[in-house]
Design a protein around this ligand. Structure first.
Ligand SMILES: C[S@@+](CC[C@H](N)C(=O)[O-])C[C@H]1O[C@@H](n2cnc3c(N)ncnc32)[C@H](O)[C@@H]1O
Length: 195
């Protein structure tokens, strides 16, 4: 378990809440996707959860994000079952097979780094559509949404519209917001495949 992903981490924000759900659902031997690797913390958690018998695919458009993720996985001895792609998550279905137990979309930009590119509504919704089709029954997509930066509200609106359009016979779709934080606080959208 990495330091930021300990089992007793408090649910102080969208990302810890997404990790809480991932720990509930992802089992050794599972297949998982990180659609936005960034610094690799979500990729590392998925690699730990699926174990050596599972497999993780990670995507990011920025070379610095892919190299940071690779370095973290190597440092933690978890690179063996992870395949990284320096390309847009719009190409997920070209590289990732069906049967995913989980897909992580931690949107927005990488804070505190030289990587400043943000995710965008069109590519995000395209990748979400592909990931939803690749989920196995009971599989989850966890989407951390940020509305405090330019373009963030538009992306959140597009993601919520996409989620609302999913057939309830096929997917359960949830929105989790913190009531005691400002409206701009990051929040989580969760998609579960029903059948
Ligand atoms: C909030 S960060 C991800 C944080 C990361 N999961 C972690 O644990 O550190 C968002 C990432 O999305 C990436 N990104 C932006 N557009 C993308 C795209 N079209 N496909 C894949 N990644 C993209 C950015 O480069 C950035 O690294």
């Amino acid at each position: 378990m990495n330091k930021k992903g300990s089992k007793n981490e408090s649910l102080r924000g969208a990302v810890p809440l997404s990790h809480f759900f991932l720990r509930q659902r992802v089992q050794p031997g599972d297949l998982a996707l990180d659609a936005t690797c960034g610094n690799g913390l979500d990729t590392l958690l998925l690699a730990e959860l699926v174990g050596e018998g599972g497999r993780v695919w990670g995507f990011d458009v920025q070379p610095c994000a892919i190299s940071a993720t690779k370095a973290l996985l190597e440092r933690e001895g978890r690179s063996g079952n992870v395949e990284l792609f320096e390309t847009s998550h719009e190409r997920v279905s070209e590289h990732v097979p069906a049967g995913l137990a989980a897909a992580v979309f931690n949107l927005g930009y990488l804070p505190g780094g030289e990587c400043s590119l943000v995710t965008s509504p069109e590519t995000t919704v395209s990748a979400l559509t592909q990931a939803a089709a690749l989920l196995k029954k009971g599989g989850l997509i966890v989407i951390s949404l940020y509305t405090g930066h330019e373009g963030g509200p538009q992306e959140a609106f597009a993601v919520e519209g996409w989620g609302a359009s999913l057939d309830p016979r096929e997917y359960n779709v949830w929105r989790s917001r913190q009531l005691n934080r400002p409206d701009t606080a990051p929040y989580l959208v969760l998609v579960e495949r029903v059948r």
